[in-house]
Design a protein around this ligand. Structure first.
Ligand code: NAP
Length: 290
């Protein structure tokens, strides 16, 4: 057994159709692929149809499953409606939505135009709201249960400099997750979130650690367990939260970051730098005083 193995039982998502926004690349692609392996039908969406089609072909070849690729900018409500129409037409219904699409880049906030700020809010917060509202209204009208899983970040609650629009937007997504978990539970709609720590993807690494920054700010060094995440670890958690095994989990945000955010939060955690000999000396000097 290894943490890079798939964890759920075969067929754990059989009979479910799951929409993954931002499903053509990175973490969305890895989570979607595992949903497929577990028997789900998959709908992957983002702006770039060529990327989606290539990913869909690759996924179908690997699993023998069925993948619908639909171009859909989450900021455009008509495109979101059409994407769900196409999903319904092919698969009959949608059972789960993984809100994973996002935009982000690093910058001192005073260098951002208000337009740049709005773009990130439009994709991450309002885009997630668009997809959530369209899916939720359809599920409620059809008296059909549904599951939302929203990808946030740990700075949704700590905040973070240099990614302020993203922090504000992800905090909003987390608030929406918890709010709808209560409000829509009566319709058998669950809402949960995952806050991943560093998981290498081309998208995140190129935008958040461009050029030499990746060497200077090696993300693994900030993680108590001493490494970045493996995509399968995240996919295992996402599949569990998407499946009926988690039927009693609602309104939760699960952090999967090797302890990264707490490392920065604990007031004395930097005492890790103190060598054993110095602890011996400190202990001895305390002993003398007693
Ligand atoms: P990624 O590969 O760049 O994924 C982002 C996806 O969002 C892309 O597929 C992109 O596709 C899509 N997208 C962007 N704007 C869109 C729009 N307007 N409409 C629809 N789709 C849009 O990066 P990733 O690292 O896998 O990130 C996936 C999620 O994980 C994000 O929510 C991110 O905040 C979160 N996350 C990642 C990490 C990490 O370490 N990787 C850590 C914490 C949280 P198109 O360009 O084709 O539209």
């Amino acid at each position: 057994m290894s943490y890079t193995d798939g964890m759920l039982k075969e067929g754990a998502l059989k009979g479910k159709t799951i929409v993954v926004t931002g499903g053509g690349t990175g973490l969305g692609k890895s989570m979607g692929l595992y949903f497929l392996k577990l028997g789900a039908n998959l709908v992957i969406t983002s702006r770039k149809l060529d990327v989606l089609k290539e990913t869909a072909k690759e996924m179908e070849r690997e699993t023998g499953g069925k993948v619908l690729a639909v171009a859909c900018d989450v900021r455009d409500i008509e495109q979101v409606e059409t994407m769900f129409d196409e999903a319904d037409a092919l698969f009959g219904k949608v059972d789960g939505v993984l809100n994973n699409a996002a935009g982000n880049f690093i910058s001192p906030t005073e260098r951002l135009s208000t337009n740049a700020f709005s773009t990130v809010i439009d994709i991450v917060l309002k885009g997630t709201a668009n997809v959530t509202m369209v899916a939720g209204k359809r599920w409620i009208a059809a008296k059909q249960p549904g599951t939302f899983l929203n990808i946030v970040t740990t700075y949704a609650w700590t905040g973070s400099g240099y990614v302020v629009p993203s922090a504000a937007a992800k905090a909003g997504v987390l608030a929406m997750t918890r709010s709808l978990a209560v409000e829509w539970a009566k319709y058998k709609i669950r809402s949960n979130a995952i806050a991943p720590g560093p998981f290498p993807t081309e998208g995140a690494w190129s935008r958040l650690l461009p050029g030499d920054l990746v060497k200077k700010f090696d993300p693994a060094k900030k993680v108590p367990v001493g490494r970045v995440g493996e995509h399968q670890e995240l996919a295992n958690l996402a599949a569990y939260l998407m499946s009926d095994y988690s039927a009693y989990v609602n309104g939760e945000v699960v952090t999967i970051d090797g302890g990264e955010w707490l490392q920065g939060a604990g007031e004395f955690n930097n005492l890790e730098a103190i060598p054993q000999e110095m602890w011996d000396m400190l202990e001895a000097s305390r002993g003398k005083k007693q």
